[in-house]
Design a protein around this ligand. Structure first.
Ligand SMILES: [Zn+2]
Length: 439
């Protein structure tokens, strides 16, 4: 469903949303949240099946499971309870009616409106560009901030993205608010002005608008895009669809279309990743750094994600990540764990940061925003906390943008992408697996 957000129906639907959260699709059509007794979970060895684990509580393990996974559990004789309705009730807590059906968070249309307002209110400094179109014909929009934003001045550039994953609503707000901050403070803060004048800051707050809308209107836990897969399932994990080490193994992504970390039929098969590639790989823009925002877990992760081997610039990446973590902790004490992605969180392949780094040698980071775990709200950040989460990330974003100004990228061959083409051909076709995928 696409919702026309006129004021009148927003108020009506918002009131409805508070009383009656979006209804989950019937079992058999979409992922469900289920719970399994701890002892059954252990007895069946489910910890090694790569399921999308949400949490353990009161003797039960909570899992986001696809219809295929639920059928597999049934075939194994593992008992489970459907919990989706219970989680949907909590998903509307902390959302105000005034902000529309998803509270103070942006829907796709609300974001476009707000980006156009920034462009209108800051002529010359802000440009809104359409970088792609989704399967459901939604625009993927970028906000470019620079002096003479409409011109290509080949200044050092950074890219900040949000909402690769539909359910990670806070990841839209942090990069959007960064753009707003730069524009609102351009005339007030000489340091902001100097940064904007000398560089290009590119922001794509919603990489995955189709998924976001599905998460808002149908199923809050939706993660992927809305690709209709050949086997009747939906969605590709677009943070496993980039062209570095794509599909190199079945641990860092899945070849099973129903999986929450399904990598798609080929690198850049999805319009969302193709749009980011077209932008970030543009020879006319001197991109020198990237942050891909996600939630949750409070991590700053850097390449490689696909292998435990260190990246060529491992020391530099670690130094930058440590600096960002220090700046973030100084704001209100929030600790972001920093480290190489594969060693710090889990193995991924085909993700944004690995690809951006492999392409240009650009320092590229996945930032998993608050909260730290499911017991602190998981994907459901209270909307009252949006400002604070942005504020604690602000100095790190400023730091990376300034770092990019001072650090041209190393000139070196794209060794990794070449090697991956060869290795991809021999990538193991073992049985599909799904990794836990909180962020
Ligand atoms: Zn994510």
């Amino acid at each position: 469903m696409r919702l026309m957000k006129t004021t009148a129906i927003v108020l009506g639907l918002a009131a409805l949303a508070v009383l009656a959260p979006p209804v989950a699709p019937a079992a058999g059509q979409a992922d469900q949240i289920i719970s399994v007794a701890e002892r059954d979970f252990a007895a069946a060895g489910l910890g090694r099946k790569g399921l999308d684990l949400l949490m353990r509580k009161d003797g039960r393990v909570y899992i986001v499971a696809s219809p295929g996974e639920i059928a597999a559990l049934a075939a194994l004789g593992v008992g489970y309870d459907f919990e989706t309705g219970r989680f949907l009730r909590t998903s509307s807590e902390g959302l105000s009616a005034a902000g529309g059906i998803n509270g103070a968070y942006h829907s796709t249309m609300e974001l476009e409106t707000d980006l156009r307002i920034l462009e209108r209110d800051h002529p010359g400094l802000a440009s809104v560009l359409e970088i792609g179109e989704t399967l459901e014909k939604r625009k993927i929009l970028a906000l470019k901030i620079s002096d003479n934003a409409a011109a290509n001045e080949n200044e050092p550039a950074v890219l900040l993205t949000g909402c690769h994953h539909a359910r990670e609503w806070i990841s839209v707000e942090v990069p959007y608010l960064f753009g707003k901050y730069l524009l609102d403070n351009y005339d007030l803060d000489p340091q902001v002005r100097a940064l904007v004048d000398a560089s290009e800051i590119w922001i794509v707050p919603i990489v995955n608008p189709d998924g976001l809308e599905y998460s808002i209107h149908v199923y809050r836990y939706w993660r992927k895009n809305r690709r209709a897969n050949a086997d009747g399932t939906f969605g590709v994990d677009i943070n496993r669809n980039y062209g570095c080490a794509w599909g190199i193994d079945n641990e860092g992504s899945s070849g099973y279309p129903g999986s929450d970390v399904y990598r798609g039929t080929g690198p850049f098969s999805e319009p969302e990743t193709a749009a980011v590639r077209t932008l970030f790989a543009s020879v006319g823009i001197d991109f020198r750094a990237l942050i891909s925002f996600h939630s949750y877990g409070q991590y700053i992760l850097y390449p490689w994600g696909y292998t435990a081997a260190p990246a060529p610039e491992d020391a530099e990446l670690g130094t930058i990540a440590a600096a960002m973590a220090g700046l973030m902790a100084a704001v209100q004490g929030t600790v972001y764990t920093h480290g190489q992605a594969s060693r710090t969180l889990y193995v991924t392949n085909g993700d944004t940061a690995d690809w951006a780094y492999s392409l240009r040698g650009a320092p590229a980071f996945t930032v998993e925003l608050q909260p730290v775990d499911i017991d602190h709200g998981g994907f459901f950040n209270d909307e009252a906390a949006i400002g604070a989460v942005f504020q604690e990330n602000l100095p790190a974003m400023l730091y990376l943008a300034r770092y990019a100004l001072d650090h041209p990228l190393p000139v070196r061959p794209r060794i990794v992408e070449r090697r991956d083409r060869a290795r991809r051909a021999t990538a193991a076709k073992t049985k599909p697996s799904v990794r836990p995928a909180p962020g």
